[in-house]
Ligand binder design. Structure first.
Ligand SMILES: [Mg+2]
Length: 181
């Protein structure tokens, strides 16, 4: 069970990107925001960022974060989506592999321990963040309609979610313990 927590329990959980306390994360030394596309920034299948995504990325950039997309989706769509936000990106990232996260960190010159990976899936986004040594932030998925393979993963995630008793943001005890001054 300890390994389950180590790899799969997010450091933070947010209902929405609007609720993510980016100022606090920046204050605590985080400088790179790696972010998933489908069901995190975007509704599933988007080619272009909407107001919600534009607002989240602007807020992060204004605070000082280097922002990059790390998505498992295909190159053509993610390229188009990333261009609408003028963001560097990695498509076909193959999360929970850590390669794309480590490459993005190396490319930005920022260490994984100063990086935050934000995504909507425990078994890909959270797991890859932990394996890379980045902070793992889980957000509630934006869309209800999802592909069959994702729906199956959601069943497992719902169990993990209850097991970890998730809730809270940077006020959560897990986060506070990790980032005490
Ligand atoms: Mg996603």
């Amino acid at each position: 069970m300890q390994n389950l927590e180590r790899y799969l329990k997010p450091d933070l959980y947010c209902e929405s990107l609007d609720d993510l306390d980016l100022k606090k994360l920046y204050h605590d030394g985080y400088r790179l925001l790696l972010i998933d596309v489908d069901n995190t920034l975007a509704s599933h299948g988007s080619f272009e960022a909407d107001d919600y995504a534009q607002r989240a990325i602007k807020r992060a950039r204004d605070i000082g974060f280097d922002c990059r997309i790390v998505s498992n989706a295909g190159h053509r769509r993610i390229k188009s989506y990333a261009e609408s936000l003028r963001m560097p990106y990695t498509a076909l990232a193959n999360k929970p592999s850590v390669r794309a996260i480590l490459d993005a960190c190396a490319d930005s010159g920022i260490q994984p321990k100063q990086s935050v990976m934000v995504g909507d899936q425990i078994l890909t986004d959270v797991m890859s963040a932990h394996r890379a040594g980045a902070l793992a932030v889980l957000v509630r998925p934006r869309a209800r309609q999802e592909a069959v393979n994702v729906r199956f993963k959601r069943l497992i995630e719902r169990w993990l979610f209850r097991h970890f008793k998730l809730g809270g943001t940077t006020d959560s005890p897990e986060y506070q313990n990790q980032n005490e001054d």
